[in-house]
Design a protein around this ligand. Structure first.
Ligand code: ROI
Length: 171
């Protein structure tokens, strides 16, 4: 049985509603047991020089499930849920989206597959992932692709500016 952490993000078409609904949908995935979900966070868009010049703030959350399902098979289902929320994968990496579901971690596995890199690249320095993760799994340790060693979530948080991340207490 593997514990899988999934990151949820939305910044289009009523993001709060997309994220709430996605949490409900991920909570009843077949052959998966829902463990816990973080609160909802408002975050400024992380962009790149390749990104559209301005885009709305995101709503982010992180959720944990337990399953024996194959990771790629689970990824197929997550991408189907993204499509049901109106997501069109047009190859634009940095653009706004109604729903983004990322497999962040699978136990302490390292996976380098054309469709799935685990731990999720970027996880180590993204405040909108690390802070919600800390809320639900403060003692987590995260494998590093390069060193093959693990680093504690607490250490990553200590290195990571919260970048104006705001936990939404009434959401
Ligand atoms: N920025 C924030 N704040 N939250 C996200 O979920 C998010 N997702 C993305 C990119 C475009 C990297 N920026 C983001 O895919």
């Amino acid at each position: 049985m593997a514990t899988i952490y999934i990151g949820i993000g939305s910044n289009l078409d009523n993001p709060l509603q997309h994220v709430r609904q996605a949490i409900a949908e991920l909570g009843i995935l077949s052959e998966c047991r829902f463990l816990t979900a973080s609160g909802l966070y408002k975050s400024r868009p992380l962009t790149s020089p390749l990104a559209p010049p301005s885009q709305p703030d995101y709503i982010n959350a992180v959720l944990a499930i337990e399953t024996e399902r194959d990771a790629l098979n689970l990824l197929d289902e997550l991408q189907a849920i993204e499509r049901q929320h109106g997501r069109v994968r047009d190859g634009e990496r940095w653009g706004p989206r109604p729903l983004d579901l990322d497999v962040l971690l699978i136990d302490d596995k390292i996976i380098n597959h054309a469709r799935l890199i685990i731990p999720h690249p970027g996880l180590h320095e993204r405040s909108f992932v690390l802070y919600p993760l800390q809320e639900i799994a403060p003692d987590l340790s995260i494998p590093d692709h390069d060193s093959q060693k693990s680093v504690s979530l607490q250490e990553l948080i200590a290195r990571c500016d919260d970048e104006g991340l705001e936990r939404l207490h009434d959401a």
